[in-house]
Design a protein around this ligand. Structure first.
Ligand SMILES: Nc1nc2c(ncn2[C@@H]2O[C@H](COP(=O)(O)OP(=O)(O)OP(=O)(O)O)[C@@H](O)[C@H]2O)c(=O)[nH]1
Ligand SMILES: [Mg+2]
Length: 251
């Protein structure tokens, strides 16, 4: 079984991409399932095959622990790790080729607390990949792209897993070519940042940008639309490379 974790900031397109990936693999004749790991999910665009909400009830967590919605959300995310064996059993019972795992809307709860890295490490699978979603609507601005690259870098360090950077909502982004070029070419990105905000903002970004470049993290964004499905083929190809390489390592 291959597992694909879909991670990204709130509203970046995780749930819709989870559905699309599962459908994509099904259309290729593979057995794929969707796993919802978001205890606070209200309206999912898919009917999850495995659902953390069966084990963690946000409303109950609020009542039992006397917490408000934010505190209860944090605790619920930490509780996911305690339900890992149940979730694993649910997944294994379905014997999928691919399990697409949709993670909590507030990414920091998954990526920055202990539970996220713990789950990623302890879910049993032949190979694992992480998709980090760059919200296309946000990162069409070069300054936002820089801060999202920093976030992606920090999540990559935290989760310590091969990560594929995805540019979501391709259908809504007018300057897709520019964004892709910026993401892979530090000189082009620097130039775009300077010309878009020559004020103090750009001075700050200039320093941050230089450090990102110095750290040597390059992002070749894969643009995908969950509405037109444009880019799914490229994404599946990138996933297949990572998942196959992962299998060889595990063997
Ligand atoms: N046009 C367009 N809209 C999209 C695309 N992907 C997602 N959306 C829309 O963006 C919104 C958020 O998408 P979701 O898939 O729910 O995003 P999410 O990251 O799961 O959101 P949270 O779980 O709330 O953090 C929804 O209104 C989607 O319909 C896309 O490729 N194109
Ligand atoms: Mg979601």
């Amino acid at each position: 079984m291959h597992t694909i974790f879909v991670v990204g900031t709130a509203g970046s397109g995780k749930s819709l991409l989870t559905l699309n990936l599962a459908e994509w693999y099904k259309s290729k004749g593979a057995h794929s399932i969707t796993v919802n790991l978001d205890p606070g999910a209200l309206n999912l665009p898919y009917e999850p095959d495995v659902d953390v909400r069966e084990y963690i009830d946000l409303q109950q967590v609020m009542e039992i622990y006397g917490l408000g919605p934010n505190g209860a959300m944090i605790l619920s995310c930490d509780l996911i790790a305690t339900k890992l064996s149940e979730l694993q059993e649910d997944i294994d019972e379905l014997t999928p080729d691919y399990a697409i795992i949709d993670t909590p809307g507030q990414m920091e709860l998954f990526a920055y607390r202990e539970s996220g890295p713990f789950i990623l490490k302890n879910i049993r699978a032949d190979s694992k990949a992480v998709l980090f979603l760059f919200d296309g609507v946000l990162v069409s601005n070069p300054v936002n792209l820089v801060s999202m690259m920093l976030l992606a870098t920090s999540v990559q360090l935290r989760l310590a897993s091969p990560q594929i950077p995805v540019l979501t909502k391709k259908d809504l982004v007018k300057n897709v070519r520019d964004v892709v070029e910026w993401s892979s070419n530090p000189t082009a990105l620097e130039a775009a940042v300077y010309s878009s905000s020559p004020s103090i903002e750009s001075l700050l970004s200039r320093g941050i940008l230089k450090s990102v470049v110095r750290l040597g993290f390059g992002y070749n964004l894969i643009p995908v639309s969950s509405v037109t499905l444009d880019g799914m083929l490229n994404l599946a190809a990138a996933l297949s490379r990572i998942l196959r390489a992962g299998e060889e390592v595990e063997d």
